[in-house]
Design a protein around this ligand. Structure first.
Ligand SMILES: Cc1cc2nc3c(=O)[nH]c(=O)nc-3n(C[C@H](O)[C@H](O)[C@H](O)COP(=O)(O)O)c2cc1C
Length: 354
């Protein structure tokens, strides 16, 4: 049965029935190939939002006003990047009751990403492998959506580099995106950790990181940017690399870290047939690895703001992410695997989510 958190005396039975049917429908959607299901599910949510049905199906959890680096979040649970790459679904995702949203990854120019199929479900291990490769409609399209959104909550924008941009142009891509989005976003995430754009993770090297952070610093000062900027890291980096990055962030105008992106370590999957798949693993098998990165970063600094993400599918997973040192938490695979009821299941009764 589905747990529901309802703030007022409404027709509880009807709502439970409708949610039950909706969950059956969402299971039916999962019979399609993953990428198609994803778009279909978001379109259905959007229709439910526009027709007013969403409000009835998913009553908003009580707003608890969490202050995170100066941003007022309605709770500590947000969406992770990749779910809504172009900002097409801000209003309907916001209406599900998340405390904040992160849209993107967006790149300066539109690009179609890698060849399909490029998303794979590993059902019995509660995992997803993806090698999408930053498919998106470009930063100008996303900014247009930001200008039109009705959602009043916090929206961060995750930015990346175009596939064809190499070395210096790659860093310039981040700067282009920062210049275009900073007036319309509540925070920005510099994504250097996608495993699906060739050599992108090289930006974790000390030389590249020095240059990237220095250039972003200059941009922050030049444009007088006051919104927080985070760097999203890979769970596959060494402690030495993470320490270098954290020290750099602490001594810069950047705000904090998002830990982590997907892992390329397929050995976390029990079924050997998936070990040869290219792409990043998310969902349950990522949980411990991602938490280790969060704990390590927290051990380096008690004060650095950390958005924890990776393998949160239950309330316990959420709790353990906070216990590892995350200030707030994001989910992606958990929402795909468990459906929107995961939000209420985490927020319900959960004092630490508020
Ligand atoms: C299909 C898919 C697409 C993703 N796209 C992006 C992306 O565009 N940018 C990004 O920073 N992370 C992306 N991610 C990574 C998620 O934001 C998140 O860091 C990762 O999946 C771990 O969280 P989870 O276990 O809750 O899914 C993607 C993940 C998935 C499964």
């Amino acid at each position: 049965m589905i747990d529901v958190y309802i703030s007022g005396p409404v027709e509880l039975n009807i709502i439970i029935q409708v949610i039950y049917l909706l969950n059956i429908f969402l299971k039916f959607i999962k019979l399609f190939p993953p990428e198609f299901s994803h778009v279909l599910a978001l379109r259905c949510l959007d229709i439910a939002y526009k027709t007013g049905l969403l409000k009835l199906l998913f009553p908003q959890p009580k707003t608890t006003n969490v202050n995170f680096v100066g941003m007022k979040l309605s709770n500590k649970l947000g969406t992770a990047a990749g779910l809504d790459k172009n900002g097409d679904y801000i209003d309907c995702l916001g209406a599900l009751g998340f405390g904040f949203l992160e849209i993107g990854t967006v790149t300066p120019l539109p690009q179609s990403g890698n060849k399909k199929p490029r998303v794979f479900r590993v059902r019995d291990e509660l995992a997803i492998i993806n090698r999408l490769g930053f498919n998106n409609k470009g930063v100008d399209y996303l900014v247009k959506n930001l200008k039109q959104k009705k959602y009043k909550g916090i929206v961060g924008v995750n930015i990346g580099a175009n596939k064809q941009s190499k070395e210096k142009n790659r860093i310039e891509d981040y700067l282009i995106c920062i210049r275009k989005v900073h007036k319309f976003a509540d925070y920005i995430t510099v994504n250097i950790s996608s495993p699906n754009t060739k050599n992108l993770r090289d930006l974790h090297s000390s030389k590249n990181m020095d240059e990237l952070i220095e250039k972003i610093n200059i941009e922050i000062k030049k444009l007088k940017i006051s919104i927080p900027i985070f760097i999203k890291v890979s769970p596959d980096e060494t402690k030495e690399t993470l320490k270098y990055l954290v020290d750099k962030i602490i001594n810069s105008s950047l705000e904090g870290v998002i830990a982590t992106n997907t892992t390329v370590d397929k050995t976390l999957l029990k079924q050997k047939k998936y070990h040869a798949y290219n792409g990043g693993v998310s969902g349950s098998p990522l949980h411990n690895k991602s938490n280790e990165a969060v704990s390590y970063i927290r051990s380096l600094s008690q004060t650095i703001p950390i958005i924890g993400v990776g393998g949160v599918l239950t309330r316990n997973d959420y709790e353990s992410k906070i216990n590892a040192g995350a200030n707030v938490v994001q989910i992606y695979s958990g929402l795909i695997i468990n459906g929107p009821s995961i939000i209420l299941n985490i927020l319900k009764k959960n004092k630490r989510a508020s």
